[in-house]
Design a binder for this molecule. Structure first.
Ligand SMILES: Nc1ncnc2c1ncn2[C@@H]1O[C@H](COP(=O)(O)OP(=O)(O)OP(=O)(O)O)[C@@H](O)[C@H]1O
Length: 436
């Protein structure tokens, strides 16, 4: 591509409101549009010639060498455009962004440059101020799927253990869709008794049964123009599954006691913590309904699969709990909670934090305020027993650091300083909490 064609391309990219850069095959930035320059900390040095991973991530090496997927590498290998969700350092702090790379070929058909398009993702947040927060690889994979499916009309099936955030994700799908200004109607299928299910969902006509003094709108009708969220869809009794299937197939339903077929235009987001395939094998869930609702399944990670998010989640949940003074979390608390497996996931974490804020007299949440997960653990190094058994130097170092975090009474910055290492190194050495 000639110099003048690059300038023409750059002047076109300058007219666009979202950040764009042109890269060569070696991650060098050839040019950036105005939106990019105002969105990222570019400093005083000229942008041309700097590496994309340095400006967007502050990495010293390409993303794939830092354990992330690199769209440039994927695009070079496949010759196709590539899209990934990354967290970038922007002027507003760390943000989830949808990065799309499109290869540009020269006259010989070889890839010479790439245009990188960056869209901010508002569905999730890497900062504690957000609603749906997270920054771990497992969370980012889930958010990437939300970002892909939300703008489409496709029905979504959210699969995950109880308390993993299925309702929050259903909201995020709705908010990022074209129906965002329409209603979001949530139905908890597990709490609806079988005899009320139909009348609640489809409504009823006056006189349909004794007590039906006037016509009542059903939830399906209320969701028209928006999203219908069927939580615990696996709990719908078999007899009613066929009625739901008919509604989804034809878009029509009848009020209880009504004859006229009615139409509702909603997008379905269903969720369950059950294993629907196993239920099909056992005969308690209809196969045809499963295929109808599982167009786009999204697996929500359990909290134990995204433990790097623990500090961020704790901070976010603490902000939501109203206390009369600001509270903080002691590093020893983080350490002990990081070893707990949270069967109740984020809901359990929220409840534990709420209880801890009531138990704490001061403004720091200590392990003793989390009695169940943090009950006294055997501290081998402390008791001196460790020296009678051989352990690797790495294990020894970890035990020592854990003991210091628990017993030194120092904050994490101070402790790291006294140990002569950086804060991140301290927590990396401690194991799971790699991204504190
Ligand atoms: N990523 C997240 N960031 C912040 N808060 C979260 C996140 N995920 C879940 N929560 C919080 O955890 C709690 C449980 O979430 P939610 O009710 O969405 O879970 P669920 O999977 O729908 O649970 P169930 O299956 O029991 O209905 C809520 O208070 C929610 O705000």
């Amino acid at each position: 591509m000639s110099h003048s064609s690059i300038s023409e391309l750059m002047s076109y990219l300058d007219t666009l409101a979202e950040p764009r850069i042109v890269l060569d095959r070696s991650y060098n930035i050839i040019g950036a549009n105005r939106a990019y320059l105002s969105y990222y900390h570019v400093g005083d040095l000229p942008i041309a010639g700097r590496h994309c991973y340095e400006v967007s991530h502050r990495y010293k090496r390409p993303c794939d060498e830092e354990g992330e997927s690199c769209p440039l590498k994927s695009s070079l290998q496949s010759g196709q455009p590539h899209r990934v969700l990354h967290i970038h350092h922007t002027v507003r702090g760390d943000e989830h962004v949808d990065v799309e790379l499109t290869p540009i070929r020269n006259a010989e058909g070889e890839i010479e440059y790439f245009v990188e398009m960056i869209h901010t993702v508002r569905a999730g947040s890497a900062l504690p101020e957000g609603e749906l927060v997270g920054r771990s690889a497992a969370f980012n994979r889930m958010l990437e799927q939300v970002t892909r499916v939300a703008p489409s009309q496709a029905d979504v099936l959210l699969l995950g253990e109880s308390g993993t955030g299925k309702e929050l994700v259903a909201h995020a799908v709705h908010d990022a869709s074209k129906r965002a200004t329409g209603p979001f109607v949530a139905v908890d299928c597990s709490s609806l008794p079988e005899n009320l299910f139909e009348s609640e969902l489809f409504g009823y006509e006056k006189g349909a049964f004794s007590g039906a003094n006037q016509r009542k709108q059903g939830l399906v009708e209320a969701a028209s123009g928006g999203t219908l969220f069927l939580d615990e869809v696996g709990d719908i009794p078999l007899g009613l599954q066929v009625k739901l299937l008919r509604l989804l197939e034809t878009g029509t339903y009848r009020r209880v006691g009504g004859v006229e077929p009615l139409r509702s235009d909603f997008r379905l987001v269903a969720a369950t913590h059950r294993d629907l395939k196993k239920m099909i094998a056992e005969g308690s869930f209809r196969r045809d309904l499963y295929y109808r609702i599982s167009t786009f399944p999204i697996l929500l990670p359990s909290l134990s699969e995204r433990m790097e998010d623990l500090p961020l989640l704790m901070e976010a949940l603490l902000k939501r709990i109203s206390t009369d003074h600001a509270m903080s979390i002691h590093p020893a608390t983080l350490l002990c909670l990081s070893k707990y497996d949270f069967p109740g996931n984020i809901r359990e974490l929220r409840n534990l934090i709420e209880r801890a804020t009531l138990l704490a007299d001061g403004d720091v949440l200590l392990p003793e305020h989390f009695p169940d997960p943090c009950e006294e653990k055997q501290d081998s190094l402390h008791s001196g027993q460790s020296f009678s058994q051989v352990m690797t130097l790495e294990e020894m170092e970890k035990s020592y650091l854990e003991w210091q975090v628990r017993n030194s009474g120092l904050g994490r910055r101070e402790l790291a300083e006294r140990l002569g290492i950086g804060e991140r190194t301290l927590f990396r050495k401690l194991g799971k909490l790699t991204k504190i």
